[in-house]
Design a protein around this ligand. Sequence first.
Ligand SMILES: Cc1ncc(COP(=O)(O)O)c(C=O)c1O
Length: 388
Amino acid sequence: MPTEFSQRARRLTSSAIREILKVTASPDVISFAGGIPAPETFPVDLLHAASEQIFAEEAREALQYSLTEGFLPLRRWVASRHGAKVDQVLITTGSQQALDLLGKALLDPGAIVLVESPTYLGALQAFSLSEPIFRELVCDDAGISTSEVAPAAVADAALAYLMPNFQNPTGRLMSAQRRTEFCRLMSEARVLIVEDDPYGELAFVGQSLPSLRSINPEGVAYLGSFSKVLSPGLRIGYVIAPEWLTAKLTQLKQAADLHSSSFDQRLAYRVLASGAMPAQIERVRQCYASRCEAMLQALEDTMPAGVRWNRPQGGMFIWVNLPSHCDSHLLLQQSIDVSRQTRVAFVPGAPFHAVVPRSDCLRLSFVTVDADRIRTGIAQLADNIRAL
Ligand SMILES: Cc1ncc(COP(=O)(O)O)c(C=O)c1O
């Protein structure tokens, strides 16, 4: 019997967020910690009806093994929506799997990965298995500060990973001008961009901005997901990439899990093809926009001077900067202490930083808590910050 895990397995530690979620699962905790969608937005009736149709009309196909590339009608739907060729589309088990496959396809130990600061923890975990070196790019409220990207500092990179729309964890939106500029810089440096876009359809106001893929299709692997607009439990996402890359990702996926669930792909496809998605997305947007507004108002009403936060125009998160003497990990420990009458949880900011961890910041999710509990929770958090 082996006595030790592989070096790769030893490097993986339990995610800080997962550990926190265990503590905060208790119903008496007001939790702004989860990065999960509001379950009341799941289109349960639509999915139920679609599932009955599948059993009535195509049960044996839906219960059989299928192609690694994915269910063809679903791939066609994705391709036509994004102006891509079907051969560029691979259906994945959530966009998280696409991150894993991209890491396996493109990263050797020591490869340079350019990331935003802060960035999505799950991407850091997925890429870390390949032992890359992360390099943080300077960011502000409009995303990566392209004017501060020195060509010499990116020329040796294997890929650049970013979330232009309502970024996790900050909720920020990359400006149109920076999208164009970033594509130009990466194209000149011949660095592949990994554009992760699970929140793009959750804009509360205004038009969506051009995807990086639409600016430079040959230089971008675009990751989409149905987790935030349909249901995360289905585990259906996709990657659209230049064909040479999609072909390699497909081989890697075959080795990983043969294919994503035949049944769930058909389920997602039936709902997408039914024409019900625009109304479904609107329902999610309205629910999240009103909860976001409730949280912004509560922050405005209760937070002490020196605490700053952004005003997201979509997505699921608000990023809070505390006065520099405040440690958000300590704040969390105090806020979820069992002796407290009102316990409140959030995710401390440090783990979202790939290189230089900052402890004077935190992420709040506004989507799974109703407006009354948002007000109670934020008021308590403000008191806890005052007492630090
Ligand atoms: C930025 C980002 N990328 C990818 C994922 C993974 O999503 P899924 O695998 O459910 O598509 C998440 C989940 O929260 C996310 O926030």
